[in-house]
Design a protein around this ligand. Structure first.
Ligand SMILES: [Mg+2]
Ligand SMILES: [Zn+2]
Length: 190
C-alpha cells in the first residue's frame, strides 16, 4: 500500500526511512494506534532536514504496520497517522515523497512485510531510483536484511528498538551504525 505525496520523474538515489523507532519514538510491545502516540525524535528532525535540503535524494518511508493486519487499528487511522507525520515533517522543511506500508500481519505471509522487498519494488515503479547509491535507515535487523538483499547501503540507527534487537540477535550487519539521525547527513550527503 502506498501514499504518494510528491511525484518526481528525476532519477536519483533514495533514502528509505523506516518509520517507528527512526522518525518517531517506538516503545517495545506498543503499537502506534492514534495521533497522540506520535512523538518525533528531535535528532531525526535535525538530520532529515539537512538530508532534505541537500536535495539529492528521494525521501521514502517504508514501514511495516501490522497493527492494521492484527486488527488493532483500521487502515484509515493508519493513513491518518502517516499523513500527520509527513505533514509535521513538511513544516520542518523535510519533504517526504511517499510512504509505502505493509498493513499485513506476519501470518498473512505477504510479499511486502520487511525484510521482504515488496515495498522497495513498489517504490521502484513510481520513482526512478539509483539503488546502488541509496540508503536504508532502520532500527531493526529486518531493515538491515532488506538493505543487504536489495543492494542498498544499510544505516542502523541506535534509537527505537535497536538495543532490544542487538540483545536478541547479537549480530546485525550494517554498512553504518549511527547513534541517532542528527548527523546522518555527514554520511548521506557527502
Ligand atoms: Mg522500526
Ligand atoms: Zn504486506
Amino acid at each position: 500500500m502506498k501514499i504518494i505525496y510528491l511525484k518526481s520523474r528525476e532519477k536519483k538515489p533514495a533514502v528509505f526511512l523506516d518509520r517507528d523507532g527512526v522518525i518517531n519514538k517506538d516503545i517495545p510491545g506498543k503499537y502506534i494506534k492514534s495521533l497522540s502516540d506520535i512523538k518525533l525524535y528531535k535528532t531525526a528532525l535535525e538530520g532529515l532536514k539537512k538530508i532534505s535540503s541537500c536535495d539529492r535524494f528521494h525521501l521514502i518511508i517504508i514501514t511495516n504496520q501490522s497493527a492494521v493486519g492484527r486488527g488493532y487499528i483500521t487502515e484509515r487511522i493508519s493513513r491518518k497517522i502517516n499523513d500527520k507525520i509527513v505533514k509535521t515533517l513538511e513544516k520542518e522543511k523535510i519533504k517526504i515523497n511517499a510512504v509505502y506500508y505493509c498493513p499485513h500481519s506476519p501470518v498473512d505471509n505477504c510479499d511486502c512485510r520487511k525484510p521482504k522487498p515488496g515495498l522497495i519494488k513498489e517504490a521502484l515503479k513510481d520513482y526512478k531510483i539509483d539503488l546502488k547509491k541509496s540508503f536504508l535507515i532502520g532500527d531493526k535487523k529486518t531493515d538491515m536484511e532488506l538493505a543487504l538483499k536489495t543492494g542498498i547501503k544499510g544505516v542502523f540507527v541506535l534509537t527505537g528498538q535497536a538495543k532490544n534487537q542487538i540483545k536478541k540477535h547479537r549480530k546485525i550487519k550494517a554498512d553504518y551504525v549511527l547513534k541517532n539521525l542528527k548527523n546522518a547527513d555527514k554520511i548521506i550527503c557527502r
